[in-house]
Each structure stands twice: as C-alpha cells, then as structure tokens.
Design a protein around this ligand. Structure first.
Ligand code: SF4
Length: 726
C-alpha cells in the first residue's frame, strides 16, 4: 500500500500477510475501542486495526491499541504454575492441580485457624465481566471472605462513592455523544489527550463541527489545558472549594434551574447554607483561582443550554475525592444538567473493565449493584446461587487500601492478588514490601510472571491475557463490548475464568453452587440477575453485542439497542426517587509543602504506558518513547537548586527517595514537580496516599517533597537509597 507523494519517497506499509481479521475490544483503557486483530496464514497475530463501523472509535486507535497484538508473545509471560515453600527460595515449576490444591489448602488452613476474613482477595479492573461475576461468586459464596476488593479502589472508588451519595447508585449517567450536544465542557483533573486519546478525538470532532467553551481545571499546563479556552491552574486538593464557589455564584445570581431542583432533588436548604459560605472572594485564596474567573466560569456554565463535566484521577485520587464527585453532581443538579443530551456528570474510567468490576464483581456488595447491607438483596442472590443467605456478611469488608494495613497488624494472614501489582501501584513502596513479607501465604495470578509483586509470592498462577480468552468489558459510557478469543492462551497459562471455576471445586459451597463451564453461560446468569434493574443486560447477547459493536446498558429484553443516558426522567435511585444535594464543608487535610519539603508532588500518566507497565513496558514500540522515570520541573525552581535538564536528580519525601531524570518545563508551576506514576521503584517510594474517608481512595497526587541535585552522575551515585531505611 502506498501513501504520501506518489512520485517521490512514497511511504510504504509492508504487507503483513493477513489472511483473517478477528473482532475484539481493546484491553487497556476504558474508552472501549473496537479492534480487529490480523492473523497470518500460521494463525499468528501480526497487526491490529480499529473497526470502522464501531460507534466508540470509528476506525481509530491510539498508540497502545495499534500495537496490542504484540502482547500475545511479549516477554515475561508466565508459562506454567510456579510453587515454593518459602518466599525468596527459587520457584519450582508444577502442574495446575498441585498449584490449585496448594492454594485451596492454604486458604482453608488460614480460615480454620484465624477466621474466614483472615484470607483476603484483591483483584483488578482488567479481567472480563464474566470472570468478575465468577470471582464474586467464589469470594462471596464459596470462600466466604469479606475482605475482598479490587484495585479500582486506587482509581474509581471516589466516582462510585460520589455517584451513590448523589444519585443513590453507581453508574455514569452520560455518554460520548454528549460532546455533540453540549454548550460547555468543564474537565477537572483529566488530561484527556494522553490518558484517553480516542475520547479526546471524539471531543475534537464535536468541536470541529460546532464551537463551545472548553474549561480545563488542572494544576499543570497539560496538553488538554493548552487547547482549552480557559485553564484554571487550581491549587492541589482544593477542587471542592472551587465547586462550592461555582455553585455559590450560580445561586447568588439566580442562574440555577430552580424548577429542576424542586422537582428532582432533596436537602436543598442545607446545601444552600453551606454554599453561602463560599463566595468567590473567600474561595480564591484557597483554591488559587481569582474571584472574577470563578464568576466568569460559573456564569458560562450556568447559562449554557446544556453543560457537562468530565473528570479523571485529578478528582478521584484525593482526600476529597468522593466530595469532589459530589460537588460536580451538585453543580449539574442545580443547573438541570443530568440526563439530557450534552448535560451530564461523566467520570472517565481508568482500566478497560473498571466498570465491569463495579457492576458484577461483588467487591463492594453483591452482583448487579446489589448491597450486602440490604436483606432482600442477600436473599435474592443466595436463592439464585443456592446457598444460605446467612453465609453472606451484612456489610462490606475492607477496601484494598485497608487490607494492606490489616496485614500489617496481623488481622489478615493470606492474600490472593489477581492481575494487579501493588509493589508498584500502591503508595509507600517500602511499607508495601514489609507488608507482603509479613504474609503467611501469598498467591499471585497474573499473565506476567515477572510482575514485581510476584517476588513475594508462594504460588504463581499464569493467566491468559486479553484476547486469549472471551468475555465482555464495559466502557466509560456503560457500553458492553465483546472480547473475542483471538489466540489460544500462551503455553500452559489459563483464562482467569477457568482458574476460578477450578478453585471453586475445592470448597464445600463450590460443589453446591453451579459454575457455568463457559463465559457465555455466566453471561446468561448475569442477564437473569439484571432483568428489571437499572443495570439491565437482559436484551443483550454475544452475537447482538458484536453486531452493534457494543451495547449500552440498560438494554432491556425487547430493546434494539441500549439507552445512551441515565436519569432522563429525573427519577433517581434513592428511596424517595430524588437526587441529594449534599453540603460539602472543606478541611485542609493534606501534607503540604513546607521549608523542608517545599514542592507539591503531582503524578499522572503518559500516553505510551498503561498502569505499572506490566504490559506496555514489554512493547518496544511503546517503551522506546518513554523508557525512563522522569520529573517535570519548573526551570526557575531548578536554577535555584542547581538542578539541570537531562541530568538525574533525587526526589525525597518523609517516606523515601527516588532518582529521576529531569525535564525542565513551564508546564509545572515553581512550587510543583510532576512524575509519571507507571514506573517501579519511583514515585510511590515517596508518595503518602492519605485516604478519602468515603471511598478509601489514596491521594496519590498530593504530598510534599524536596529535590536534591546529584553532582556525581555516574551509575553508582544515581541509585535509589535502600528502601528499608525508611
Ligand atoms: Fe485502547 Fe484506550 Fe487507546 Fe482506545 S484509547 S485504543 S481503548 S488504549
């Protein structure tokens, strides 16, 4: 195929010898792009392309999707189960029965000696929805531990908590099509072009047809901030103050949609009383945005016919994460911007199937947004699974961020980690290392045996990756899409679905509960359990999902396609059918820069990498663009400290230190440094991670550090210090 000038130096795309294209869905971020993987005549995956007719991505893919077929044979994949008596001994290869027997035996031993909750499970946002449903069945109905959570606590639990508090249920109410209808977009703590490039492309498409104001709130001059009409460089951790001040101006100037508020919300008076305290002149010195700009933004948002807010980790990963989400919902409720085209609160999710775990994993409750605290829900699920409802706990157990401290105190003795990597992803790496070393038993289930956390395990279970198996993902806009099986599992790795089913057989309740043999069988159970609920899958089938390139829920039995928006009738999931307007008092509760540690440390993502680089660090065409931990630093601040561009410097906090390559840039203010979070033994050696009181999500983005120049740039001098000294 030839592109470019036909006569001179045309660009040649080599023929990859594709003989068949197979449909699937991208397994990285939550955008939910439809992908076709090209196979050659030996059945090898040789290329990937976007699916032209897919609603989400319309033929486009970002860098990660383009090279996703390289995952199947990337370095570090686990071939066979591994086992060892003591941590840090050499692993021995073993067969599946031996490995699964050992894990089941250790779970039973620990539970018999210390109680059912002494064994914990921490999973992920990256396996299929049917696998989440099956894992939930195993954890809640068979093993029976209440200390079971997903790594989504590190990214989306503030959004979940905020939606539940405001609307009575989780579930993002909007969709990508809202860009086509909105008259104003407010984006808080989201660097869309790098984190969700295809959602950003959808926004650009809408903007090319029709201009509307884009307002970006971010302490850093991100790529998104650079294209915005208005950039608000907010002080870290003060989003709630800004949101209260915006609401103050709207109510003070009579710009609210009073009819909507009175018809569809509750607790108006208490909300108005709190907001009355946050006039722009009071808020400005706290949040760092001048009063006139706050007024201007509030008027622009309220006067737009339809206005929407999107957000990502800048809101969620904060000690005020849940309140930040509620503040966004408050703003949209008082302006009547929920459930209408172009008017919404839309959390942009992180992992490919973070939504699937929220819906079906039973981490925070029971399947299909049911709650452990609700007796009817417990009875319903117990009857469906065929067990005694008393087997279920009556309230949810520990979040992931509380499970690790509970290991430290000896309350939890054993842990099963599934497709997540706390040695890199959790704050305060030195503490996590000590915690993992304290466990009586650790099993790691992952597609990669070289994942850092596996260094501390007793048993390693090699899992199939992405399209080596079949099942569904739900994307940011509630669209369920199908991951078709493109390749057989690598070596003797197995789908997570198979592993959960085999584990269940080794427990008493696992022989009572039916575990379907196929993911499609599990999907049929989910359809039955969702029928008539807000989260209704009953009108879906694998064939219909693939034909439509994804279906949004609710999709009821007779629906041709799903519904693009929730709450279009103004009826919410609280018992009175109303949304709650919630007052948000604000306290300054972060570690802040001081004389000893004078910089804010901010962290985030780069376009080439995903999470802890377990996958993208192995893909040459991604890793070569971003191979090294680096730090963005303002040139004025660097000059004062003798820190130079392109040299290594040391980042130090009260928790630890990390060596980073310096990139001088005006993107960060003089009192802040920014480090991508993907790299092992880097930003989380220094991060603090205070927890949000509602969502238990860590404040990854707010702590204090100092920067030290390193004079001697030789390899010996630019090492991290020994982590155990902290
Ligand atoms: Fe995959 Fe997300 Fe990129 Fe789409 S935007 S190709 S879903 S990583």
């Amino acid at each position: 195929m030839l592109f470019g000038r036909k006569q001179k130096n045309p660009i040649k795309i080599p023929d990859k010898g594709v003989v068949e294209w197979k449909y699937t869905t991208c397994g990285y971020c939550s955008t939910g792009c439809s992908i076709e993987v090209g196979l050659n005549d030996r059945g090898e995956a040789v290329t990937s392309r976007g699916v032209g007719g897919a609603h989400v991505n319309q033929g486009k893919l970002c860098l990660k999707g383009i090279f996703e077929h390289e995952l199947f044979r990337s370095a570090g994949r686990g071939r066979v189960p591994l086992i060892r008596e003591r941590r840090h001994e050499a692993f021995q290869e073993t067969d599946w029965d031996t490995a699964l027997d050992r894990v089941a035996g250790e779970i039973q031993r620990i539970q018999a000696k210390h109680g059912r909750d002494a064994f914990a499970i921490v999973s992920t946002g990256q396996i299929m929805t049917e696998e989440f449903y099956t894992l939930g069945k195993l954890a809640r109905g068979v093993i029976g531990t209440n200390n079971y959570d997903g790594n989504t606590t590190l990214c989306m639990s503030s959004a979940v908590s905020g939606y539940k508090r405001s609307f009575g249920s989780d579930g993002p109410p909007g969709c990508y099509d809202d860009f086509e209808h909105t008259e104003c977009l407010l984006a808080i703590g989201s660097n869309l072009p790098e984190q969700h490039p295809i959602i950003y492309w959808r926004l650009r498409q809408a903007l090319e047809k029709r201009r509307f104001p884009v307002i970006v709130v971010d302490p850093r001059v991100t790529m998104f901030a650079q294209m915005a009409d208005i950039h608000l460089p907010i002080s870290p951790g003060t989003d709630v103050v800004l949101l209260n001040a915006l609401a103050h101006v709207i109510l003070d100037e009579g710009l609210e949609d009073r009819a909507y508020m009175e018809a569809h919300t509750s607790d108006i008076e208490a909300f108005e009383a709190e907001v009355a305290k946050w006039d722009p002149d009071t808020a400005a010195p706290v949040c760092g945005i001048d009063a006139d700009t706050i007024r201007n933004v509030a008027r622009t948002y309220a006067r737009a016919g339809a206005a929407m807010t999107i957000w990502t980790m800048g809101i969620n990963q904060s000690t005020h994460g849940s309140d930040g989400v509620v503040g966004i919902n408050n703003l949209n409720l008082i302006t009547g911007n929920i459930g209408k085209p172009g008017g919404t609160s839309l959390s942009i999710t992180g992992q490919a199937n973070a939504m699937g775990t929220r819906e079906w994993s039973s981490c925070s409750g029971l399947p299909g947004y049911r709650q452990l605290e609700n007796e009817e829900h417990r009875k319903e699920i117990a009857a469906f699974w065929g067990i005694d409802p008393e087997f279920f706990p009556k309230k949810r157990g520990l979040f992931q961020t509380d499970i690790f401290p509970a290991i430290e105190t000896g309350q939890i003795k054993g842990l099963w980690i599934i497709a997540t990597n706390p040695m890199t992803s959790m704050t305060n790496t030195a503490r996590i290392r000590r915690i993992l070393e304290k466990l009586d038993f650790l099993v790691v289930q992952d597609a990669y045996e070289d994942v850092e956390t596996n260094e501390y395990s007793h048993v390693y279970l090699p899992a199939a990756v992405w399209a080596e198996k079949q099942g569904c993902f739900t994307n940011t806009e509630r669209r369920v899409n199908l991951v078709r099986n493109v390749q057989p599992p690598y070596a003797d790795s197995k789908p997570d679905f198979w592993i959960f089913n085999q584990m269940a057989k080794r427990f008493e309740n696992g022989r009572k509960i039916r575990f379907p043999e196929t993911t499609e069988g599990a999907f049929e159970e989910m359809k039955q359990l969702s029928k008539g609920r807000m989260l209704d899958y009953s009108g879906m089938s694998y064939e219909k999902i693939e034909r439509n390139r994804g279906l949004q829920w609710p999709c009821r039995e007779d629906d041709e396609v799903g519904a693009p928006r929730l709450y279009t009738d103004g009826k919410f999931q609280h018992p009175d059918g109303r949304a709650k307007l919630i007052p948000l008092p604000w306290t300054d509760n972060n570690e802040r820069p001081d004389d000893e540690y004078p910089f804010w440390l901010n962290s985030g993502r780069v376009v080439e990498h995903f999470h802890t680089r377990t996958r993208t660090g192995k893909i040459g065409n991604l890793n070569k663009f971003s191979p090294t931990p680096y730090m963005e630093m303002n040139p004025d601040a660097a000059r004062r400290l003798g820190v130079e561009h392109g040299k290594y410097a040391r980042l130090v906090s009260r928790r630890g230190d990390a060596v980073v390559l310096v990139q001088l840039t005006q993107r960060v203010p003089p009192d802040m440094v920014f480090v991508p979070f993907h790299f092992h033994e880097c930003v989380n050696r220094v991060s603090l991670g205070l927890l949000d009181p509602h969502s238990r999500q860590p404040a990854f983005k707010q702590c204090a550090v100092r920067v030290e120049a390193i004079e001697d740039q030789t390899a010996a001098a630019v090492r991290n210090r020994a982590a155990r000294s902290y």
